[in-house]
Design a protein around this ligand. Structure first.
Ligand code: HEM
Length: 139
């Protein structure tokens, strides 16, 4: 199935009760993480050219990515797109996903510290596995 409708770790369903969890990341942490991550990803020799080719409006992408991570980790239900479908046709290989993940883990730990970063690292790993699967790279 190549239409991205296969079940991915994120459902977009709201499960958030509105209370902040002590010691956990909040929306401000997510925005900072997203901004710093993409700042570095854009300068990465492997990932940068792909982002530069596609994005005219980086502000819109930052907003989408904040919604995505807010839904994925804080369960706010703000994102309801199909993340895998957006990546078909970009020519992504295992090397791109591996680079994405190592950069994501490094930036998340550095910006948030080990314990706050943990759910972002875990979800990043699950997303990469799922996206490589639906884009056919592991099959
Ligand atoms: C392997 C390296 C990756 C590259 C080069 C990449 C690049 C891109 C590009 C160019 C887009 C915009 C597509 C478009 O609007 O036409 C996009 C969208 C997106 N990416 Fe990635 N991506 C990568 C990995 C990931 C991973 C691992 C995740 C999840 C953890 C992710 C989450 C998203 C989301 C949520 C969107 C927005 C989809 C929407 O519009 O709803 N990406 N990505």
């Amino acid at each position: 199935m190549r239409d991205g409708s296969k079940q991915l770790p994120i459902t977009g369903r709201a499960q958030h009760d509105g209370r902040a969890v002590p010691g956990a990341a909040d929306e401000g942490d997510i925005r900072r993480l997203v901004m710093v991550f993409y700042d570095e990803a854009r300068r990465d020799v492997l990932l940068g050219p792909i982002f530069d080719e596609v994005f005219g409006d980086w502000d819109a992408h930052y907003d989408t990515m904040c919604d995505f991570w807010s839904s994925a980790v804080l369960r706010t239900g703000r994102y309801s797109g199909r993340p895998a479908s957006a990546h078909f046709g970009l020519g992504l290989t295992e090397a791109h996903f591996e680079r994405w993940l190592s950069l994501w883990e490094r930036v998340a730990r550095r910006e948030l510290g080990e314990s706050k970063a943990a759910p972002f690292v875990e979800m990043g790993r699950r997303m990469v596995r799922a996206m490589m699967n639906v884009t056919g790279m592991l099959n």
